[in-house]
Design a protein around this ligand. Structure first.
Ligand code: SF4
Length: 330
C-alpha cells in the first residue's frame, strides 16, 4: 500500500441558518457530517453523490480552501486545516483544483499564456519570463494544444479545449494532488472521454493523486481506483472500484449502479427506482438518513444511525443490513 497523501479525520461543515431581524441561528445545514477518509499516493478516489450530498464542500475542505467546522485534514502527515492563509500557501502548490465550468473558471481578459504563468508567479516556482513562457508552452503541448495557443484568449477555444487549459493551469505548479470537481460534467459526452483519457495519461506521467468528484457513477468508473458514495453529508459506502460496481452493498449505491447504462447490450439490468427526492440537509431524517427512500427500510433504520464499518477488506458500508446477521442479504 502506498503512503497516505491526504487524510480527513471526522470532518464536519455546518452552515448556520440565520432567521429574523437579529439573524439568530435557527439551525444548521450539515453539509458534511463526520467524514473520515484516507487517499493514498498515486491513487484516484472517486467521490459520488447527488447535488446537495456535500461532495463539493468536502473537496474544498480537503484542499484547505474552506476551514471545517470541526475535524482535521492532514497532507502528508501535516495538519493543514485551521491554518492561516499564509501558513497554508506552501501546501497549495502541491494541491490544485480543476473546476466544473471551463467557461467560468478562466478569466476571459487574460491570454492563455498569462493564465498558465499566473500560478508560477504566485508560487515563485520559475524565475525568468523566458522560463515561464517555455513552461507554459510545454504544458499546452502536454494537454494536446499547440504552442500557438499561448497568445490566444479563452473565447477562442471550445469547451473541451478550455478544460484542457484548466488542466494545464492546474499542472503548472507540479502538484501532487489534483481535485477535479465535476471536471467533465459541462462537456458533451463525446468530449468527456477524451478529457478523462487525457487526465489518466497525465496521472501516469506526473505521478499524480486524484480526487474526482462527480454526481454520476458512470463518469468516475473510468478514472477511479476506489469510489466513495455520499448521501446527505456522509459516506455510505467506500470500496475498490471493481467491488463497488460488481457487488454494491448499500441500497443507495445499488440504485445508483442500476441507473448506469451498460456497455454490454446483452446485459439487461433492472433499474431500481428511488422514492422521493433527496431530503434537505437542514432537516435530515432521523436514524438512517436514507430510510425515507430505501426499499429495505426496517424499524431500526428509523431510530438508529448506521455507522460506516468494514464489511470486508477495503469495503466499508453504513447500513444496518450488514450489522444484523438475521437480516443480512447474502
Ligand atoms: Fe436502508 Fe436501513 Fe440500510 Fe438505511 S440502514 S440503507 S434504511 S436498510
Amino acid at each position: 500500500m502506498n503512503q497516505i497523501l491526504i487524510e480527513a479525520k471526522d470532518l464536519k461543515m455546518y452552515f448556520p441558518i440565520k432567521k429574523g431581524v437579529i439573524k439568530r441561528t435557527a439551525g444548521y445545514i450539515k453539509a458534511v457530517d463526520g467524514i473520515s477518509l484516507k487517499v493514498y499516493e498515486g491513487e484516484s478516489l472517486g467521490i459520488v453523490g447527488e447535488s446537495g450530498s456535500g461532495k463539493s464542500t468536502l473537496g474544498r475542505m480537503l484542499m484547505s480552501l474552506q476551514n471545517p467546522t470541526d475535524g482535521d485534514v492532514y497532507f502528508h502527515g501535516e495538519r493543514i486545516s485551521h491554518l492561516s492563509n499564509r501558513k497554508v500557501r506552501p501546501y497549495r502548490r502541491d494541491m490544485q483544483m480543476v473546476f466544473q465550468d471551463p467557461y467560468a473558471s478562466l478569466n476571459p481578459r487574460m491570454s492563455i499564456g498569462e493564465l498558465l504563468e499566473e500560478p508560477l508567479l504566485v508560487h515563485k516556482t520559475v524565475k525568468t519570463k523566458a522560463e515561464r513562457k517555455q513552461k507554459a508552452e510545454d504544458l499546452l503541448e502536454k494537454v494536446g494544444l499547440s504552442k500557438q495557443s499561448y497568445n490566444k484568449y479563452p473565447h477562442e477555444f471550445s469547451g473541451g479545449q478550455r478544460q484542457r487549459i484548466g488542466i494545464a493551469r492546474a499542472l503548472s505548479t507540479n502538484p501532487r494532488l489534483i481535485v477535479g470537481d465535476e471536471p467533465v460534467s459541462a462537456l458533451d459526452v463525446s468530449i468527456q472521454s477524451q478529457v478523462l483519457n487525457l487526465m489518466k495519461d497525465l496521472q501516469e506521467e506526473f505521478k499524480l493523486t486524484y480526487i474526482f468528484i462527480a454526481h454520476d457513477l458512470s463518469v468516475v468508473k473510468h478514472i477511479s481506483d476506489r469510489v466513495a458514495v455520499m448521501y446527505l453529508g456522509k459516506i455510505v459506502e467506500i470500496a475498490r472500484k471493481e467491488d463497488l460496481y460488481e457487488a454494491p452493498l448499500h441500497p443507495y449505491t445499488q440504485a445508483l449502479i442500476s441507473a448506469v447504462p451498460s456497455t454490454d447490450v446483452t446485459i439487461q439490468k433492472e433499474k431500481i427506482a428511488l422514492k422521493g427526492e433527496l431530503p434537505s440537509p437542514a432537516n435530515p431524517p432521523r436514524g438512517c438518513a436514507f430510510h425515507t427512500r430505501c426499499p429495505h427500510v426496517h424499524d431500526r433504520c428509523r431510530t438508529e444511525q448506521p455507522q460506516l464499518v468494514e464489511y470486508k477488506e477495503d469495503h466499508m458500508v453504513a447500513c444496518h443490513l450488514y450489522t444484523e446477521p438475521e437480516v443480512r442479504m447474502d
